[in-house]
Design a protein around this ligand. Structure first.
Ligand code: SAH
Length: 494
């Protein structure tokens, strides 16, 4: 029969029976070498699934893929329940032989597991549904419907626990069965492969996007070269759910094949914002170049931190949040302050936060210390309720990294929304650049502006007046007789 010719080799009949049941038998589709994913719905009428996926349930659809063969068919299609199956056959021989082939061995698990090949096929077969469009039922595409996904074989080194950690936070019920290496030889034991059933009430678009991102995270082997396009894919396909996923860092890392520059780029873009509270729109934000440190002259930076710590100590606060905490140097100096029960570091750069976690040795910290110190990923461009209720907020050499046109967002986030008792802000004094013989340039390439003493004073007084604070300004570092100190600090209190 026609279908037999599409798929050349055989997989254990048990799998095909398990996956297709009677529907398959009626198609006489019994010898399939492939990975299979089945998606079912009990939405009424269930056959709407065909419209949602732009596939007629009465036909078998060949999908053109570069790595083998792929077909979409509907083993069952009644008003009560409809199931679509996507089958792929990975041609390992062709992939090994082709120039720059993406496989190095003929014998491997790729034909059988849910891998990046399957995801490419999902994208190819259901691209329109993934983009949220549906020609014949446009409203239905936006509706969450009961959906069930069966994956015959999913490789997951992270185990059952890993599978749950990825899907449960998205609202799916997860059923996992660990597969034996070979049912004919039980003594060989269990494998790292799982049969998985997910069920949830979601839109078909969310389901497909989430599978597309999360299956390769578990499988962790991609068949193609990863570049910045992959970051774009992750950001666009993860929109609306990835930034808030508790396993965001793991997802990003594995999806991007552990390439540090891509990972950093993606995590910077996945800041967790509360959209309703945004004071500026996300597109407006200029992602800061966070890799660079603001001061090459370490001693000045240390002097600055020492003075900030001294001011904090005198305030005897119960809680401090360090805004734009970077790699956590100031946080580490806050730790010894007695009576300080809550220390929070916040930064837009996930990469910097990871460095801070290392510096603070959070991984091996005692439970008490973990309760005391927290690192949060966020942006000072957006109102963030996690910043509410602190005695002191510090922003050391941060404001000059923000676009001057967006400073009003920072002002509102800190002085209008979070409203700590005291805010300590430091920024370079541009006049002092003359001492560095850098009259026209900025001190650092990521600085968006640098202010003179008069400019900082003017801004500080305006902000203090507007939001009901008093401000005191002082120079930081050894002062030059004409140009003043290299850095300046405003202490705002209410
Ligand atoms: N306060 C630290 C780091 C200063 S460098 C110190 O004293 O060492 C500036 C820091 O501001 C960087 O870590 C950068 O990631 C962070 N930053 C820049 N824009 C930000 C934003 N919109 N929200 C939060 N942090 C931001």
């Amino acid at each position: 029969m026609r279908l037999r010719r599409r798929f050349r080799f055989g997989i254990p009949p048990v799998l095909s029976r398990q996956m297709f049941g009677e529907g398959l038998r009626s198609l006489r589709y019994t010898q399939v070498t492939s990975t299979v994913i089945k998606i079912s719905t009990t939405h009424h009428p269930a056959t709407d699934l065909g419209y949602l996926l732009h596939k007629n349930p009465g036909r078998v659809h060949d999908i053109d893929v570069t790595f083998g063969r792929c077909a979409v068919l509907f083993p069952e299609a009644t008003e009560e329940r409809c199931t679509v199956a996507l089958l792929i056959e990975v041609d390992t021989i062709d992939l090994v032989r082709s120039p720059g082939g993406s496989l190095s061995q003929y014998v491997n698990d790729r034909p059988y597991v849910a891998s990046s090949f399957l995801c490419s096929a999902i994208n190819k077969a259901f691209g329109t549904a993934m983009s949220g469009r549906c020609k014949d039922r446009p409203d239905l595409a936006q509706v969450a419907i009961p959906l069930e996904v069966r994956l015959a074989v999913l490789g997951a080194k992270a185990g059952q626990e890993g599978i749950r950690r990825l899907f449960e936070p998205l609202g799916y019920s997860v059923w996992v069965e660990k597969l034996q290496l070979d049912p004919h030889f039980p003594e060989w034991g269990e494998s790292d492969y799982y049969s998985v059933l997910l069920s949830g009430t979601v839109t078909i678009q969310s389901l497909l996007l989430q599978l597309y991102i999360l299956l390769p995270v578990l499988d962790a082997k991609k068949h193609y070269y990863l570049d910045s396009q992959e970051v774009n894919k992750l950001i666009t396909k993860g929109e609306g759910w990835l930034a808030t996923h508790p396993e965001k860092a793991w997802i990003v890392r594995n999806f991007l094949g552990r390439k540090p520059s891509l990972i950093r780029d993606a995590l910077e873009q996945l800041v967790n914002v509360e959209p309703d509270l945004a004071v500026v729109s996300l597109e407006d934000e200029v992602p800061p170049d966070v890799a660079e440190r603001i001061e090459k002259k370490k001693s000045l930076h240390e002097q600055r931190h020492d003075r900030v710590i001294e001011v904090v100590r005198n305030l005897k606060p119960n809680s401090v949040v360090d805004l734009g905490c970077g790699d956590g140097k100031l946080l580490r100096n806050l730790v010894p302050i007695l009576g300080l029960n809550r220390i929070v570091g916040m930064d837009v750069s996930y990469f910097e936060l990871e460095k801070a976690a290392q510096r603070l040795r959070l991984e091996n910290a005692s439970p008490k210390m973990r309760e005391r110190i927290e690192l949060i990923h966020g942006s000072l461009m957006y109102r963030d309720q996690r910043l509410d209720g602190f005695d002191v907020a510090t922003a050391v050499e941060v404001i000059e990294h923000l676009d001057v046109a967006r400073l009003h967002a920072f002002e509102r986030v800190v002085f209008e929304c979070a409203r700590p008792q005291t805010v300590i802000i430091t920024t370079p004094n541009r006049e002092y650049n003359a001492v560095y013989h850098a009259m026209d340039g900025l001190r650092h390439e990521d600085h968006r502006f640098e202010w003179t003493r008069a400019e900082f004073t003017e801004w500080s007084e305006r902000v203090a007046g507007q939001y009901g604070y008093r401000v005191e300004i002082e120079g930081l570092g050894e002062a030059h007789e004409s140009y003043g100190a290299p850095s300046q600090m405003g202490v705002f209190s209410r």
